[in-house]
Design a protein around this ligand. Sequence first.
Ligand code: AHQ
Length: 251
Amino acid sequence: MNAVANNNNLPWTREEFEEKLRTKGQGYHIHHPIHVAMYEGKLSKEQLQCWVANRFYYQIGIPQKDAAILSNCPDKEIRKEWIVRITDHDGVGDAVGGIEAWIQLGQAVGLSREDVTSLKLVSPGVKFAVDAYINFARQRPWQESVCSSLTELFAPHIHQQRISSWPTVYPWIKEDGLVYFKKRLTEARRDVEQGLSVTLDYFGKSREMQQRALDILQFKLDVLWVIADSIMLQCTDVTTDGVPYLRQPVY
Ligand code: AHQ
């Protein structure tokens, strides 16, 4: 066996490194039980409303996260590309941004604008996970936050799943509710090109840095998984040894 090839300290090639990042997709929240149940049409209207209302907290956090990255990034060329992520969500002029499209999704599943924008339906666990993501972007080097956005390598698949299945399994949801997912299909593919290029360049210098990138991506996979956990716990009757789960009484 070639001793050099066995050396665990040499960086992986660019292709191997990218493959390792993509392999992390096995832990993507498309595999979370609540998203599997959603795809199979097993969620009730109330459960879908719970999911949409909770996920809104994540959606409004994205532009703040991206603004934190911009504030940490001294590279004008990077910022010129990255800034579009904010306008994608906030909108520009009369163009509907992702946040408004998500409110439309809320109305399409039977929520009022106030149900969604008041955040009164958002569970503490969702807030903690999203805030952890925003604070990561505020506190860490901008390249680490770029790396954490690479869960979007796997996002087109989950958006396409919703676009393809909801009209069949949730025929009561108006088509205009799916605008957000259709927008993200192209936006996510464009986003990931920049994110992957920055990540492969910056973290590709050593095996240690490459491993750091994998750990950062795992952190973001954890954020998405815990958001789904918190939503599932909020909208599913869970019992443990016959004892029903008690949602925290809030007075
Ligand atoms: O709607 C989503 C979105 O705008 C983004 C931006 C990106 C990031 O910067 O972290 N990640 C992301 C994601 C969005 N939607 C999620 C979904 O399941 O609908 C997936 C999520 C992601 O994969 O990170």
